[in-house]
Design a protein around this ligand. Structure first.
Ligand code: SF4
Length: 323
């Protein structure tokens, strides 16, 4: 226990936090597919990178698989928010699967940029994390033209055919500041490097990083709710520390919060990644309240109102059913 009185203990909750429009759409896609077609509905990869969301959907009848080969012929499969390479669509078609593509429209935007620059024969430098599903999907659009640059450390190894025809694109969930640094190192090597037509790091990633910076300036500890395989959640931990928090930890839920983190702390910041349901944040706030952190303030830094329509194939079937 600390010597501080409960009056001195406060919590700053970042806003925006939690579900982004792409995650909301992907989760709703699986829920509505279960309602419409009945269980089981197969989902390739985790629909979004959150353990609790996946477990909840599993209880309702979703079956998560790594590859389309694991889905019985003719069954329904949902593609996750992170997107898939064209080869995955082809595999699904060979197995006569009924596909519902829940790829976030902002990931599709990056796929389209990759296709367009590849068609114009550019070398594409894709900044992102090796092995991440989104990167695999984007790179799969034009494997002969795309090379991965995994952060600043990857810059030295880049080789291009023509330094005058090079463009950079990125994963949607990177650290804005680190990516800016990576691009400036790439530009030192390739002064005529072309920027993407618009930001690839999505609005939700940018807004959550802006919001966590705001609370991290005043908090000694920042708790980020999110799963360890969630890229945008992990970035929030890094951004919080860079912005001034003495410590920042990623927790799947309240049970991961350790008492000793709170020793000597008077202000705790709380936020959550783009794939995290609000009930998990509420659980963390309840746990903090039980340690005297009952004075809770929400700090809004960016208003957010983005929404995406459900995938067209699902909307079509929903219309047919209700007609
Ligand atoms: S984090 Fe961004 S790109 Fe990813 S699903 Fe959400 S809105 Fe789409």
């Amino acid at each position: 226990m600390t010597s501080e009185t409960s009056e001195t203990r406060r919590v700053l909750v970042a806003k925006p936090r939690g579900y982004c429009a792409g995650v909301d759409r992907a989760v709703q896609t699986v829920e509505k597919a279960l309602d419409l077609y009945g269980a089981p509905v197969y989902v390739r990869k985790q629909i979004v990178h959150n353990t609790h969301v996946v477990q909840t959907l599993e209880k309702r009848g979703a079956i998560f698989v790594d590859e389309t080969e694991e889905v019985p012929e003719g069954a329904i499969v949902v593609f996750s928010a992170h997107g898939v390479a064209p080869a995955v669509h082809e595999q699904a078609s060979r197995r006569a699967l009924k596909t519902i593509d829940a790829t976030c429209p902002l990931v599709t935007k990056v796929h389209n940029e990759a296709k367009r620059f590849a068609a114009a024969d550019y070398d594409i430098l894709l900044i992102g994390h090796e092995g991440h599903e989104e990167v695999e999907g984007t790179a799969g659009e034009a494997p002969a033209h795309i090379q991965l640059v995994d952060g600043i450390g990857g810059v030295a190894g880049v080789q291009v055919r023509d330094p005058e025809r090079v463009v950079w694109l990125s994963q949607t969930t990177l650290s804005v500041d680190e990516t800016t640094e990576t691009v400036s190192r790439l530009r030192e090597r390739f002064p005529n490097l072309i920027d993407p037509p618009s930001d690839d790091i999505c609005y939700a990633t940018q807004n959550r990083q802006t919001a966590v910076k705001e609370i991290a300036r005043e908090a000694q500890l920042v708790i980020v709710v999110g799963s360890t395989n969630s890229s945008n959640s992990k970035r929030l931990v890094e951004v919080a520390k860079d912005a001034g928090a003495d410590a920042s930890y990623l927790v799947d839920d309240a049970s991961f919060v350790r008492d000793e983190w709170l020793d000597g702390v008077t202000t705790v910041g709380v936020t959550s990644g783009a794939s995290v349901p609000e009930e998990l944040v509420e659980g963390v706030l309840a746990r903090l309240a039980s340690h005297g952190f009952a004075d809770v303030h929400e700090v809004e830094s960016v208003p957010e109102s983005v929404r995406f329509a459900l995938p067209h194939e699902l909307r079509r079937d929903l219309r047919t059913t209700t007609a």
